[in-house]
Write a protein that binds this ligand. Structure first.
Ligand code: 5AD
Length: 361
């Protein structure tokens, strides 16, 4: 094995930024993915955590220049599911064997009471054993606290990029990288299992930026990572008029998979999602993500009639699908690549479990 790959597999904590950048551009992609898979196997096994994803609102006050549901996109019809509809999605997720839910939405400050109420109802109906992750953007500490107390125990807030300069090019000036970073710190302090992540394949992004992203995951104490390549959306300032050729798509997929693999090498015990952006680029994207070191998938359990309105990027999968992915079909597609689904599980990350043990000692 190549010396750098060997170092990555044997001494992950010793990887510096230069090593991570070299791994990201490692010439032998398949060898890199195989090394990350071996680390996953040794650390957490070939087991896949499942989360039912509910995209409960596409209302958003933000204007991220890349995102299809940005406030300025008038072509989107806006919706918010009511609490009964969310409970119905949860029941569907549970029946399908997903022991936990991710509630995701665009960002509005008006969500505090609504989400708190939905959490209490979910908790009442499904109990402590049913895990709940929130992903509702930047909120006040008081809101994060109320949601934690109402039963959410994981929170996903992608930093998008660890570079404040690149962040400034992707967002309007009123959106601040530091404010977002501070939200992550608050979430960690409040006791949430902390999820963050970035986009790769961004215009102007370098391998050094991506290596710094992975160091950021470490520094901020992430338990879970959700990452995906940037995919242009035609109704956005960044995505209009881009010639999205097959080779550009293939390059974006490759960069997305490399980020998964190198993140797994650097942070062996975190949960890493095989994101839908990978699937949008390749029908086998999810399997490829799992084989490059990811260990989480998030099947969509949102009402099919709403999915077209939650299009963050072009070609988002599942939009035209009527039925939920049946249990057998999912089990079979995972078995075909040597992975086993973890049915009916809360799916907490190994890193979080280890942190808990450390605190108790
Ligand atoms: N391409 C890829 N990912 C995107 N996201 C938003 N827009 C795009 C896009 N055009 C990601 C962001 C956000 C998450 C919900 O979706 O990282 O945090």
């Amino acid at each position: 094995m190549d010396a750098l790959l060997e170092k990555a597999v044997e001494e992950p904590e010793s990887l510096c930024k230069g090593d991570l950048a070299a791994l990201l551009r490692f010439s032998d992609g398949p060898a890199l993915f195989a090394a990350a898979l071996s680390v996953k196997e040794r650390t957490i096994g070939r087991r896949v955590s499942l989360r039912g994803l509910v995209e409960f609102s596409n209302r958003c006050v933000r204007n991220c220049l890349y995102c299809g549901i940005r406030a300025g996109n008038r072509a989107v019809s806006r919706y918010r599911l009511d609490a009964d509809e969310i409970l119905a999605c949860a029941a569907r997720a549970k029946a399908l064997g997903y022991g936990n839910l991710v509630l995701q939405s665009g960002e509005t400050p008006a969500l505090t009471d609504f989400v708190e109420d939905a959490l209490r109802r979910l908790h009442g109906e499904f109990g402590e054993g049913f895990g709940i992750t929130l992903s509702c953007g930047e909120q006040s500490d008081a809101t994060y606290r109320r949601w934690f107390e109402a039963g959410a125990h994981r929170y996903l807030l992608r930093i998008e990029t660890s570079s404040p300069e690149l962040y400034a090019r992707l967002h309007p000036s009123e959106q601040s990288w530091r404010a977002r970073r501070d939200c992550l710190r608050s979430l960690g302090r409040l006791g949430y299992q902390l999820g963050t992540g970035t986009m790769s394949a961004l215009p102007g992004q370098t391998e050094d930026d991506c290596a710094a992203d992975i160091l950021f995951f470490r520094e901020v104490g992430a338990d879970m990572i959700g990452m995906g390549p940037y995919i242009p959306h035609p109704d956005t300032p960044m995505g209009g008029g881009i010639d999205w050729t097959p080779s550009a798509r293939a390059a974006a997929l490759d960069q997305g998979l490399r980020m998964v693999a190198v993140t797994r090498l650097a942070l062996p015990d975190v949960n890493i999602a095989a994101s839908t952006a990978l699937e949008a680029l390749d029908p086998e994207g999810r399997a490829k993500g799992l084989l490059a070191g990811a260990n989480v998938i998030m099947p969509n359990v949102s009402p099919p009639s709403r999915r077209a309105d939650y299009r963050l990027y072009a070609g988002k999968p599942g939009v035209d699908e009527g039925a939920d992915e049946a249990r057998e079909r999912l089990a079979r597609s995972l078995a075909a690549i040597g992975e086993t689904p973890l049915w009916d599980s809360r799916g907490d990350s190994l890193r979080f479990a280890r942190r808990q043990e450390g605190n108790e000692r």
